[in-house]
Ligand binder design. Structure first.
Ligand code: HEC
Length: 183
């Protein structure tokens, strides 16, 4: 009799222990699922599909729109003009040459998007002041560089005046844009 009662108690203990383990497992699984759902990664990792979702005929136009026009070209030109200036002032001529070259490229790409500005760009800038500032940089001539910055900024402003943006008058930069060490 005593033996069988002990056996029943043993069986109950076993059931209770199994139950506890199960409860623990379910709790752990619930926590894991909750964390999974709240993970920030899923949305951000989805491939952007705004362009592929458009009708094929609308895509080229959307790309054209997103490439923007001359205003973004000019934001880059102004950035490179400013950094070219500080390169010359610091005697960091390679940096100045890099910025001058990239400024020319940016302008060329902008003219591909907005050919309406090509005539003014060539006449007032690309064939004159832009080449001359390049020469001063190649010569590493600080005095000549400062002189030609004056002609360059006048050319920027002349083109703005010619292209109905006379209110954008370009000055000599006062603030650096990049944290560049002086040579
Ligand atoms: C083709 C002649 C032309 C030349 C050369 C030119 N610009 Fe511009 N620039 C424009 C036009 C046109 C706009 C207005 C573009 C628009 O809003 O679509 C403009 C706008 C700007 C703007 C305002 C950009 C913005 O955020 O909307 C800045 C800054 C600027 N130019 C700087 C310069 C500097 C600096 C130079 C010379 C190193 C220069 N530009 C040379 C034609 C020119």
């Amino acid at each position: 009799m005593r033996g069988s009662r002990r056996f029943v108690r043993f069986v109950w203990a076993l059931i209770a222990a199994t139950g506890l383990v199960t409860v623990g497992a379910v709790a752990a699984w619930t926590v894991a699922m909750a964390q999974h759902q709240h993970a920030p990664s899923m949305e951000g990792m989805q491939k952007p599909d705004w362009l592929v979702k458009l009708a094929p005929a609308a895509r080229t136009e959307a790309i054209q729109r997103q490439l923007r026009g001359f205003e973004t070209t000019m934001a880059e030109v102004a950035y490179r003009y400013t950094e070219m200036y500080w390169g010359g002032i610091d005697g960091n001529w390679e940096y100045a040459a890099h910025m001058q070259g990239e400024m020319g490229k940016a302008l060329e790409l902008g003219l591909e998007r907005r050919p309406v500005y090509r005539k003014s760009a060539e006449q007032l800038f690309l064939k004159g002041a832009f080449v001359q500032i390049g020469e001063a940089i190649q010569k590493k001539d600080a005095a000549l560089f400062k002189e030609r910055i004056e002609t360059l900024r006048a050319s920027c402003s002349a083109c703005h005046a010619a292209e109905k943006h006379a209110f954008i008058k370009i000055a000599v930069p006062t603030v650096r844009r990049n944290p560049i060490e002086k040579p």
